[in-house]
Design a protein around this ligand. Structure first.
Ligand SMILES: Cc1cc2nc3c(=O)[nH]c(=O)nc-3n(C[C@H](O)[C@H](O)[C@H](O)COP(=O)(O)O)c2cc1C
Length: 339
């Protein structure tokens, strides 16, 4: 991995990595939530912000093409901080219709040698209603971020797959007003059966229902897909997305392909970070060559080079998760400087 080490990698990461991964995550989110209410902290963060590189896509103005990927701020508690750090857009969620605790702990695992994470969180979140109330309060407080906010929705675990559409619709109704775009997550590996919603018939049904609900005030609709699709499956998904006027595709979610992970380190769950990089780039390239639907690339972006690779493959925007956990805010600046 290229790029020199910053304050985060030298001082903050060793502290965080001395804790269990989920404890470190909660501590960080709590701190960022507090900082979101504290103007001096936001001002300090803003002073390190990379300069903006605006881009307009599906009618939305992005101050730069680097976004925060879904899952880091599932409940949308730290929006002002992500914007102050310089993210060009923020995706919160995955939010489900019902509040749910997720799977049993431990459920996030670091693999530092592999620059990777494995997680089987299972959409732990406070539920669409509570999150809508939180977002309403944020809007009222005048602290709503200046950058676009995407809201990623998924199926509640307790809802049978056959009723998935109603579950998504419930979250969509509660949250669409707060979103600049809405992402339908049909690709997390940790909710049993969820990935079946990528099958053409099921995906069509979901997209039709959401489009009908959105009516004429329609916000851009994005579909987030798995990296573990065959060529034929991808082709079918693209056809359904095109037929239903989907605005963008996020490629990709985490992978179930753990073939590069030594067996003694392996865990059930979705693998993210460096081992996902090539697979996810290949999918971005394939989508860009087969379709005109804009792609948001996510998977294994750790430095300027891996970010550029996604843009060369045809991505319009990119999102960071695991790379940000390992490299911190410096990663944003490094990528921005190289664009
Ligand atoms: C701990 C963890 C939790 C995640 N939670 C979600 C989620 O709730 N919804 C979602 O769409 N993606 C989720 N993701 C996937 C990321 O948004 C991203 O698509 C994936 O990790 C690949 O990018 P990366 O290699 O930069 O991490 C999660 C990833 C991690 C590591």
């Amino acid at each position: 991995m290229k790029g020199s080490r910053g304050t985060y990698e030298t001082f903050v990461r060793p502290l965080l990595f001395s804790l269990d991964a989920e404890t470190a995550h909660h501590l960080t989110i709590e701190l960022l939530q507090k900082a979101s209410h504290f103007n001096p902290a936001l001002r300090v963060l803003k002073s390190f912000q990379p300069s903006s590189k605006p881009k307009t896509l599906f009618g939305i103005n992005f101050s730069n093409p680097i976004g925060l990927a879904a899952g880091l701020d599932k409940n949308g508690v730290a929006l002002p901080v992500w914007a102050a750090l310089g993210f060009g857009f923020i995706e919160i969620g995955t939010v489900t219709a019902k509040a749910q605790p997720g799977n049993a702990k431990p459920r996030i695992f670091r693999l530092p040698e592999q620059q990777a994470l494995i997680n089987r969180l299972g959409f732990n979140n406070r539920g669409a209603d509570a999150i809508a109330n939180r977002l309403a309060a944020l809007r009222k407080s005048g602290r709503w971020p200046v950058v676009p906010v995407g809201i990623n929705i998924g199926k509640s675990r307790a809802t049978p797959l056959e009723q998935a559409t109603d579950d998504y619709l419930c979250s969509f109704r509660l949250l669409q007003d707060f979103a600049d775009y809405v992402t339908l997550n049909v690709s997390s590996p940790n909710t049993p059966g969820l990935r079946e919603l990528q099958e053409p018939e099921k995906l069509s049904e979901l997209l039709l229902a959401i489009s009908k609900e959105a009516g004429s005030t329609r916000k851009p609709l994005i579909v987030k897909i798995s990296p573990d699709l065959s060529g034929a499956e991808l082709k079918a998904i693209l056809a359904v997305c095109e037929a239903n006027g989907v605005s963008g595709i996020i490629a990709t979610n985490t992978t179930l392909d753990h073939s590069f992970i030594p067996p003694q380190l392996d865990q059930p769950g979705g693998l993210s970070g460096a081992p996902l990089r090539n697979k996810s780039t290949a999918l971005v390239r394939e989508i860009a060559s087969r379709s005109t639907i804009p792609v948001i690339a996510s998977g294994g972006i750790f430095d300027a080079e891996s970010a550029r690779e996604k843009f060369y493959a045809g991505a319009a925007l990119i999102q960071l998760y695991t790379g940000f956990v390992y490299r911190g805010p410096r990663l944003l600046r490094e990528i921005m400087d190289s664009l």
